[in-house]
Design a protein around this ligand. Structure first.
Ligand code: SF4
Length: 457
């Protein structure tokens, strides 16, 4: 792939495009392509990246043998001064969330039987053990959009676009697919680049029936399932999967981890279990404590059994308030529509007459990295604009925008080296105990894999 081919459109770009044209013009890789200088300062991005790294290792090469160790290593990769504010409390939160994941995942995956798929160098999905195959986590993809941009080398600016190869001037065609610049009619150094749809699939899994799914992790304040039917990332990734891997994905597993640590069931001063419905615990943990106190559930007082029933009602086959996964499908018609929608948005993005007006909302306070710039532009305050831009730099166009310099500083375990003990990196009384005791749960949680039939896929 030519170096300059990474003028990409991502789902996040499309969302920003719809959110605010001015912000999109600042951030998008086909426009300003600006990023802040230095380490990530947004705690939510930093934390999301930490959880993704922990999952990437655990369900990938598993060098750390436990996602909490990988999470610890991620934290170690940052100097204290480079961590965003709040990183320490988010570290504890992450450890608690991952500890619960270690109990949640085997119980739920028992039915689906997901395993990570393997991918060869030509992005074919291949059996485990195939020479040269790597484990299918953090899978980047690039889907050509059949649109080509003529770019000025000196400025990285797109001067014009061609829809379809057939519309590229004959003199320029020879420079497509080669990483070479050329001098155009106007004497400017140019390069011709294909525009690509780019994304990263967190994990490709294969279920017990041999069907492929895209699995994506989300960390959020609370799980949201209302958006799944219309979620554009799900649609775009399922649309891209078949083109990139040459086979259809059966569906999308949307795994949501709530930023809320699971707590052990509360006890009153008397030592009795609390029946406070607001406590942040799970059905299986309450049941365990009841069995510990009364020998079996039916020996417990009525109010305790009612409380246990209440806890059961809070859970569903897809999970509970702390972790849930939803299996989402798209019809072939929806995937065709997705491709058309992407092209439609791209036509607007590439409109040379587009005016990048602001779209202020109450969210500007927290969702916009260029709010200061936006305000200064409205006020015509050039000094502030210039000062603001000192804190930003353009991403190079020879990479895909996912710059992760911290990866170089991850303390990977060396060959033969003993792994750091878990009890030295997390608070055992808050995390580990939950894991060990939950494993003793022999309860059938009622989960049935919703896609058991051998339908076409
Ligand atoms: S502050 Fe709001 S209106 Fe201005 S660029 Fe940012 S998102 Fe757009």
């Amino acid at each position: 792939m030519a170096q300059r081919s990474k003028y990409t459109i991502r789902t996040s770009d499309r969302r920003v495009f719809r959110r605010c044209l001015r912000k999109w013009n600042f951030q998008s890789s086909i426009k300003g392509n600006w990023k802040s200088v230095g380490a990530e300062s947004n705690i939510h991005f930093w934390f999301g990246s930490a959880i993704h790294f922990a999952m990437e290792d655990f369900h990938g090469e598993n060098k750390f043998k436990d996602p909490r160790r990988a999470f610890w290593a991620y934290n170690q990769a940052f100097k204290a001064a480079d961590k965003p504010a709040g990183a320490d409390s988010y570290y504890e939160l992450g450890m608690a969330m991952l500890s619960y994941y270690m109990t949640w995942y085997p119980r739920h995956n028992d039915v689906a039987g997901f395993e990570t798929a393997y991918v060869d160098a030509d992005h074919h999905l291949v059996p485990k053990g195939t020479p040269g195959a790597t484990v299918g986590v953090e899978q980047g993809f690039y889907i050509p959009l059949n649109v080509f941009a003529l770019v000025e080398v000196a400025t990285d600016k797109i001067l014009r676009t061609y829809w379809g190869k057939e519309n590229i001037p004959e003199d320029y065609l020879q420079y497509l697919d080669v990483d070479e610049s050329f001098i155009g009619d106007s004497g400017i150094e140019l390069v011709l680049v294909p525009l690509m749809y780019h994304g990263t699939m967190d994990r490709i899994v294969i279920d017990r029936y041999g069907r492929y799914w895209i699995l994506d992790y989300k960390t959020a304040k609370g799980a949201d399932t209302n958006k799944l039917d219309t979620d554009d990332q799900i649609s775009a990734y399922l649309w891209a999967f078949e083109q990139w891997y040459g086979v259809k994905a059966y569906g999308f597993v949307y795994l949501q981890l709530t930023k809320d640590p699971v707590k052990e069931p509360k006890r009153l001063k008397s030592g009795d279990l609390s029946i406070d419905k607001k406590q942040k615990t799970t059905y299986s943990l309450v049941k365990q404590e009841i069995i510990r106190d009364y020998g079996k559930v039916t020996n417990a007082p009525d109010k305790m059994i009612q409380f246990l029933n209440h806890m059961a009602e809070q859970e569903s086959p897809e999970g509970d308030r702390f972790i849930r996964w939803d299996f989402v499908k798209r019809t072939p018609e929806q995937l065709v529509a997705t491709g058309a929608n992407i092209v439609g948005e791209l036509q607007q993005m590439l409109n040379p007459k587009l005016y990048f007006y602001p779209s202020p909302t109450r969210d500007c306070m927290w969702d916009c990295p260029c709010r200061t710039l936006c305000l200064a532009m409205e006020m015509g305050d050039q000094d502030t604009v210039d000062n603001f831009m000192l804190n930003f730099e353009q991403r190079p166009h020879n990479e895909d925008g996912n710059i992760e310099p911290w990866r170089d500083d991850v303390p990977w375990p060396k060959e033969g080296e003993e792994l750091i003990p878990l009890d030295s990196i997390l608070m055992l009384d808050q995390c580990m105990k939950i894991e060990l005791e939950s494993k003793a749960d022999d309860d059938d949680n009622g989960f049935t894999f919703m896609y058991e039939s051998e339908e076409d896929c």
